[in-house]
Each structure stands twice: as structure tokens, then as C-alpha cells.
Design a protein around this ligand. Structure first.
Ligand SMILES: [Zn+2]
Length: 221
């Protein structure tokens, strides 16, 4: 038994020694092939899982993000709160903003909303810019007299109606708060029953008329 085993063991040992590099190479190739196969299998598996996770998460995330995108629509209100108007002139307030109630207009003999702020003063009284901006337009009509529109940063506009045609500004001119824009006159006809006065409107960036009084520090003057 020992005699027959010894030569076999020696033969095996010499075979190993002779072919050591070949055996090592085969072992290495098998190891590399196994690693590649395992990695590929794992990639396929995790890849499938990732797609599932993404598909499940996205519909949940999107509705949560959308309200955040709508937030900028409330920003103009916040920005508007920082705006502080100077008084355009000293005088009696003869008309306030009313967009949800009808006000009788004796001149036009009709009930209508009054989306403006009216301050009465003698003809010739200077009307000042309430807030810095740029003169966008100067127009004259029978109803509204001479009307100056000042565009402000952010798209808000102030509209000075029922002015005399001898305005103190030109289109495109930059104006500061307190600059004289024009003078009270008896030109416009659509609120003639109130006597000579400034009809001041404020338009937000969307063109909607908003209450000018909210921008004055005090509306009692
Ligand atoms: Zn008015």
C-alpha cells in the first residue's frame, strides 16, 4: 500500500510543480469568470430595483413640489407691502377704492365700481409722483383728461388722471418719489361732479386695479 501510494504522491507532486503556473492560471481564470458573472448578475438585479424605486417615488414627489412652484404668485403681495407712497398732493379725499360695491357716478348717471383714489384740490395744484419709476405714457382724452402712466420696478404702474395738458414730464423720463408730474385741471369729464381732483389708479403687474390707499403711510391727510 505504502509502496504504491508513495510513487503516486510523488508523481502528483511533480505534476503540480511542473504545471504550477498553468494551474494557477486556470484558478485565476475561473475566479475572474466567477467575479464577472456575479457582478453582472448583481447589476441586472439592482438595475431592475432602481427603476422600480424611481417609478414609485416620482409620482409622490411631484405633487409635493408643485405647490412650492406656485409660491411666486404670492410674492408680489409681499413686495407690495414694502412699497410706500408719498402723497401726490394735499387735499380732501373725495373717492376711495371700491371694486366690490357700486358707487353712483352723477356725471355719467350710472352706478359703477371706483377702482381709484381721488384727492380734490384747486386747479393748478401740483401733482407729485407717489413712487419712483419711469413715465410710460402720456395720453389725453375727453373723459380722463391728460393721463400720465408711471411704470415701477416689478411691473406695477401708477396712473394719474384728470391732469392738465401742461404736464411736467416726458415719455421715458425717470421720475423719483415727490417729482412734480403735472397739475390739477378741469379737463376730464367722467367725474366732473367731484370738482377738480386727481384720480389716481394703481395697476399691479397683471394689469388689475388695486387699492392705492394701502401704499400710503396715512390716508387721513
Ligand atoms: Zn376717481
Amino acid at each position: 500500500m505504502e509502496k504504491t501510494n508513495k510513487p503516486r504522491n510523488q508523481k502528483f507532486a511533480s505534476f503540480i510543480r511542473k504545471n504550477l503556473y498553468l494551474i494557477l492560471m486556470i484558478v485565476c481564470v475561473i475566479a475572474i469568470a466567477t467575479m464577472v458573472a456575479v457582478t453582472y448578475a448583481v447589476k441586472q438585479k439592482s438595475g431592475g430595483e432602481v427603476v422600480d424605486v424611481v417609478l414609485q417615488d416620482k409620482p409622490e414627489d411631484k405633487p409635493a413640489e408643485k405647490p412650492a412652484e406656485e409660491k411666486p404668485s404670492t410674492n408680489p403681495v409681499a413686495a407690495a407691502e414694502e412699497v410706500l407712497f408719498a402723497l401726490p398732493l394735499e387735499g380732501e379725499v373725495v373717492g376711495v377704492f371700491a371694486n366690490d360695491t357700486l358707487v353712483y357716478n352723477a356725471t355719467l348717471n350710472q352706478w359703477a365700481t371706483h377702482e381709484a383714489y381721488d384727492v380734490a384740490a384747486e386747479a393748478g395744484t401740483e401733482v407729485k409722483c407717489v413712487y419712483g419709476g419711469k413715465v410710460e405714457s402720456i395720453t389725453t382724452s375727453v373723459l380722463r383728461g391728460t393721463e400720465v402712466v408711471v411704470l415701477h420696478e416689478g411691473g406695477m404702474k401708477t396712473v394719474y388722471s384728470l391732469l392738465g395738458s401742461d404736464v411736467n414730464v416726458t415719455i421715458g423720463q425717470s421720475v423719483k418719489k415727490g417729482d412734480v408730474i403735472g397739475k390739477i385741471a378741469e379737463t376730464g369729464t367722467f367725474e366732473k361732479h367731484k370738482g377738480p381732483h386727481l384720480h389716481l389708479e394703481v395697476w399691479n403687474k397683471d394689469g388689475d386695479r388695486i387699492d392705492p390707499a394701502q401704499f400710503f403711510e396715512s390716508t387721513d391727510k
